[in-house]
Design a protein around this ligand. Structure first.
Ligand code: SF4
Length: 362
């Protein structure tokens, strides 16, 4: 870490707070101190852009207006409300945490960083964000935005993917955090907001609009655009899959994914590992006790998760037979209700088309 005198960094506090009060985006979760909606927003915003979250946030809170309502929510409804946001384990953890708040904290949200960390799905960043925004606690919330702004402000070339860097940045920011709970509430959000809209991740930083430009070493030394330093990620693992859209008497076969692992407990179209040609796909259908009656079409699709990429080949075909016990034959209305993750979006469209062909509108 470079040896910038602390006084230099502490000078950012007042201009940052002043800038936030005049320039921050008007977002619904910033208008409350209730930890429940703040927590929901923080979980939704993980790996998801603000614009994409807004509608989900409003619908989610309308359906589950309290921790208690979320703890008692039917799983199908919860997953349906999350459909399209991705990273479904976030929704499951939200509900697990809501149950823990009801059982272990008598329905009252814990108000310290340490207790928040004990809840499922809440890590260092989220615990700090809730503790500061809802309870005014002096906890720095260090996300990717903060790491980027800090690296540029300090002309710091440490790898931000290294947990040691994050720890060091957290400690430096803690030293300069304001004391009043009102200012603390704003400080973390202001740092993150600056990273989201001014010291942006894609494209050059907008230094002409930046309230911290006078104190920014990266700008002064011309290094800002090449910061932060991040060691390259490992390549994603590629998995091939063959997906079956089986239709039978106006219904499509679905099955539930296992209760743990990727997309746990969500609905999917039957599929197997590997890319099967038509003959092998027919043999697989036979293994499931299904007899192909009419092969409609073959298609391909790709879905990228954070660590895995699925390359999928799909077959749309009508069949005779019931298939194995874990197959659920869904009509059009049921298909709409089930939470089928966006990894299967291409096949969901095909399934609906196949149903429409079998049951044309009168
Ligand atoms: Fe980022 Fe530029 Fe502001 Fe420095 S001056 S913090 S590089 S936007």
């Amino acid at each position: 870490m470079p040896h910038t005198p602390l006084t230099t960094l502490s000078e950012i506090v007042l201009p940052l707070l002043a800038w936030y009060h005049t320039s921050a985006r008007d977002l619904p979760w910033r208008k409350t101190r209730d930890p429940y909606p703040i927590w929901v927003s923080e979980i939704m915003l993980q790996q998801t852009r603000v614009a994409a979250v807004l509608g989900y946030y409003q619908r989610f809170l309308a359906a589950f207006p309290s921790v208690e309502a979320l703890a008692n929510a039917p799983e199908e409804q919860l997953m349906k409300l999350w459909e399209g946001l991705g990273y479904y384990s976030r929704a499951r953890n939200l509900q697990k945490a809501a149950k823990t708040v009801m059982q272990d904290f008598a329905g009252k949200f814990p108000d310290t960083y340490e207790e928040l960390l004990t809840l499922p799905g809440i890590g260092d960043y989220t615990a700090s964000a809730i503790a500061s925004a809802a309870f005014g606690r002096r906890e720095p919330a260090v996300d990717g935005n903060v790491l980027r702004v800090f690296s540029r402000l300090e002309d710091d070339h440490s790898d931000i993917g290294d947990p040691k860097t994050k720890k060091a940045v957290r400690a430096r920011i803690e030293e300069i955090m304001p004391d009043s709970s009102e200012d603390i509430r704003v400080f973390n959000q202001a740092f993150m907001e600056l990273g989201a809209v001014v010291c942006v991740p894609n494209g050059p930083p907008k230094c002409l609009l930046c309230p911290l430009a006078e104190r920014c070493l990266g700008r002064k030394r011309g290094t800002a655009e090449s910061l932060p330093v991040k060691a390259p990620k490992k390549a994603r693992r590629v998995e091939e899959k063959t997906v079956f859209i089986f239709s039978r008497e106006g219904k499509i076969a679905l099955r539930k994914r296992p209760e743990d692992g990727l997309l746990a407990g969500l609905w999917e179209f039957p599929n197997v590992d590997g890319t099967l040609d038509e003959a092998a796909a027919g043999a697989q259908a036979a293994l499931w006790d299904l007899t192909p009656v009419d092969w409609d079409r073959r298609l391909t699709a790709k879905h990228i998760f954070s660590h895995v990429e699925w390359r999928m080949t799909g077959y749309v075909l009508s069949v005779a037979g019931n298939g194995p016990e874990d197959f659920f034959w869904a009509d059009g209305a049921t298909l709409e209700e089930r939470a089928v993750p966006s990894a299967f979006a291409r096949f969901l469209t095909e399934a609906k088309t196949a149903l429409n062909k079998e049951n044309p509108e009168p």
